[in-house]
Write a protein that binds this ligand. Structure first.
Ligand code: PRP
Length: 225
């Protein structure tokens, strides 16, 4: 069987990728299994959609939180996106593979003085870019009623300027926390880049997609996921 099991009549398989570092890493991984897209390598290009005619593949670049939307509606068959986005967006799709890269943690963070507030069932304010994840964590896992405040970035500011007692945010190296006098108070879950698949595509293009996932899994294991 060739790489994507295509034949004369195959339709295009479409990938939705997150603009930026995640897309670059994904293309590097795909290259290891013989899937390339030269057009995408031009850093000055503003193009959003790329085609590999030979393999009958398309790739487009979207904003991270929109990737699960494209995949749920079938505008893309396959998506690569962080688990944070998958958990937050709660779309109907299959999460099929952990690609290992982009590893980081979703955490409750704040000044260390805020730690007792997490153990006392107090009504505290939680600032976050991820209200669904924060709500699930506090309401369902900790049974603590909190006020969730949605922000769009630089979340670490919130406890420093008095907007909230704690934050729920991504921690990778921990530098942003350290440089702002904050620390990890609790861990919510580990995160990394995941492959997601449209539910209908998984049935209709099962052979091609399964073969692709198998190859991606092999190379990810070889890279030491
Ligand atoms: C993310 C996250 C933290 C930071 C964590 O922010 O929200 O602020 O990275 O990384 P570190 O542990 O390695 O310091 P991002 O840079 O994506 O920008 P944002 O604040 O606009 O969300």
């Amino acid at each position: 069987m060739d790489l994507t099991n295509r034949n004369e009549n195959s339709r295009y398989l479409t990938f939705a990728l997150c603009k930026g570092r995640l897309a670059t890493k994904t293309m590097q991984l795909l290259e290891q299994i013989g899937i390339t897209c030269e057009e995408m390598k031009d850093p000055s290009s503003r193009k959003l959609i790329f085609v590999n005619e030979e393999l009958k593949l398309k790739f487009f670049l979207a904003k991270g939180p929109d990737v699960p939307t494209y995949v749920e509606y079938g505008a893309a068959d396959i998506g690569v996106v962080g688990r944070d986005v998958i958990l937050e967006e709660q779309r109907k799709l299959y999460e099929v593979l952990d690609l290992g890269f982009g590893a980081c943690r979703m955490c409750v963070c704040g000044p260390k003085e805020a730690k007792p507030l997490l153990e006392s069932q107090e009504l505290i304010r939680v600032a976050t870019k991820y209200p669904a994840i924060a709500k699930d964590y506090f309401y369902n896992r900790k049974n603590q009623t909190v006020e969730i405040i949605k922000l769009n970035g630089s979340i670490e500011l919130a406890p420093i300027v008095g907007l909230s007692e704690v934050i729920v945010d991504i921690v990778e190296t921990g530098s942003t926390l350290r440089e702002n006098g904050l620390e990890v108070l609790e861990e919510v879950c580990p995160l990394s880049a995941r492959v997601v698949v449209n539910q209908v595509s998984m049935r209709m293009e099962n052979e091609r997609i399964t073969e692709l996932l198998k190859r991606l899994n092999e190379v990810t294991e070889k890279n030491g996921r």
